[in-house]
Each structure stands twice: as C-alpha cells, then as structure tokens.
Design a protein. Structure first.
Length: 301
C-alpha cells in the first residue's frame, strides 16, 4: 500500500520532533523540508519516542515525491543545543535479552541511510552521544563553531551505537575514530579531530542558513537517482578496483539509456538552464540495483 502523505508538514504531529517547510510560510509542501528535534526543556535530549518519530518522518520524506532534500536540526532558537544525548532521566531500557534488544538509535540511523533523499545535518549547538551518532548517516554535516561535540560512550560505560561503528571510521578514519571513542572526551567542533566530519563549521546563526543553501542546491541541481546510487557505491561498494570497474560500468550504462535523468542533465547543460530531473530509483532503477542485500534486523525470537 502506498503511504499517505500529509497536505502540510508544518502541521504534521509527531511527538518530540517538529517539521517545517522551507520557507516555513509556504502553505504547500516544499522541495526542502526541515526536521527539528523538539524537546526544549531537556536540551533536545534523545528518547525512544523521539527515535520512533524520526523513523516515521524519514520514511514519509523518503517516499514523498514533492520532497527532494531534508535538513535535520534542533528547534533551539538560541543555537546552544542540538542534542544533549540520551535522556537518562527516563530510566534504563526494559529489555534484558541481548538477542531481542534493538538499539533505538540504530533504527534512526538505518532510516536515514535508507532515505532516498539527501539529508543535511545542521548541528546548531552542543551534540554528544547519540546527538552525534544520529548525524553520521547524513549526506552532509554543518556544525556551529561554538558547538561542543563528543562520542562519550567510554565515559558512561557504554559502547558505540546508532550504527556509528560502521559510519564513524569511514568518515574520519580509524585513527581519529579510535581517539574520539576511546577518550570519550568532548571537543569543540573546530578541533582537527572533526576535520573530516563537518563539511563546514560556521558561526551559530549561520548553521541553518548554510545547511538550507546546500539542501536547496541539491534539490534544484541534482538527480535523486544519481545521488542515491553514488551513496550506495561509497558505503556498499565493491572490495577491489576490478569489482568497482564492473559495477560502475553496469550502473553508468543504465543511467545513460534513453528517458533517464542523464538526458535532461546533458540537455539542460547545453541549454545553460537548471535541470528538471524527474527520475526516482523506482522509475529509473539501474540494472542490477540494488547489487547488495539488506540484512533483516528484526528479532528472530
């Protein structure tokens, strides 16, 4: 059954988050939609309720043909807090069977990774623990120069979560990842340990405008099919140059067939105008896509 999309994301009621059109004044759904962590009394600390809302939001935005890019930020107008990590005031997880337990943050990261629209994380304030790991599957991360950031798990007696053991070393390298998680220390976003993680570090009031500008550029100028396929090539790509050559050749050929976005890309370039891409991974699926198998992560007990 096809999902039912809201007439307006401005009025969509999901607990502990809020969504906004860009511009917010638009009465209709816009190509860029902003998802905001919205627990101001708790510094936007993460809960399983928030996680469930994020999973639902990403699922809707992924499938909604009106939306072409997503921005993730917090509703903190003072730009001091993005997410203060897990809300420990709510008590421990009730599930005690390790074979049944599924990390809530991991469900959010998987929903982000599977989202068919590029996501720009606008880290407009302090972010620790899951406040950091929930941004790792994003396509791009923009951070506040005043933000304090940390993967604090070793200082709490935890381990990496939210699929961060997959994403973090791929984004910053194994050496920096080991330093960040082993010390559990909090550093300014300007620290060189984060040099590969944040595409841009700007003044607090410029974080959201910068992220929106990047998202607007992707929504206007890029093919959703191209960006989805290349993300998967990077994270789920082959293990040798020869295998990469075979995969890229097969996908490239598929994307240059008639009635694909590449025809519009070439035509708009020659006519010196913005492209009008209409392709989706469903209506222009490349040959052999996906070339990987998604693991069923549901508990088997």
């Amino acid at each position: 059954m096809a999902p039912s999309f809201p007439d307006s994301y401005n009025t969509l009621d999901l607990p502990e988050i809020s969504l906004r059109h860009h511009p917010e004044s638009s009465p209709t759904v816009t190509p860029v939609v902003v998802v905001r962590l919205d627990r101001p009394k708790s510094r936007h600390a993460y809960t399983e309720v928030m996680g469930a809302s994020l999973v639902q939001a990403y699922g809707l935005l992924s499938e909604d043909p009106r939306v072409r890019a997503v921005v993730l930020t917090s509703a903190d107008a003072s730009n001091k807090f993005f997410c203060a990590g897990m809300d420990f005031a709510l008590g421990p997880n009730p599930e005690t069977n390790p074979l049944r337990y599924r990390d809530s943050g991991g469900t959010v990261s998987l929903a982000m990774d599977r989202c068919r629209k590029p996501i720009v994380a606008a880290i407009n304030g302090a972010a620790v623990g899951i406040g950091m790991t929930m941004t790792l599957p994003a396509t791009v991360r923009v951070a506040s120069s005043q933000a304090k950031c940390g993967f604090v798990f070793s200082q709490r007696g935890f381990c990496m979560e939210a699929c961060s053991s997959f994403f973090l070393p791929r984004l910053v390298g194994a050496s920096k990842a080991m330093h960040l998680v082993s010390t559990g220390a909090v550093y300014p976003a300007t620290h060189r340990l984060f040099s590969e993680l944040f595409s841009e570090v700007v003044e607090p009031e410029l974080v959201l405008p910068t992220a929106l500008k990047i998202a607007e550029g992707m929504a206007t100028n890029t093919s959703l099919v191209s960006t989805q396929v290349m993300k998967d090539m990077i994270y789920r790509g082959p293990s040798s140059p020869e295998e990469a050559h075979l995969l890229e050749s097969k996908i490239f050929c598929s994307l240059t067939l008639p009635n694909t976005d590449s025809a519009e890309g070439i035509k708009s370039f020659l006519e010196k105008r913005p492209p009008k891409f209409v392709g989706t991974i469903d209506n222009q699926r490349p040959y052999g896509y996906p070339w990987y198998s998604e693991l069923d992560v549901r508990p088997k007990l």
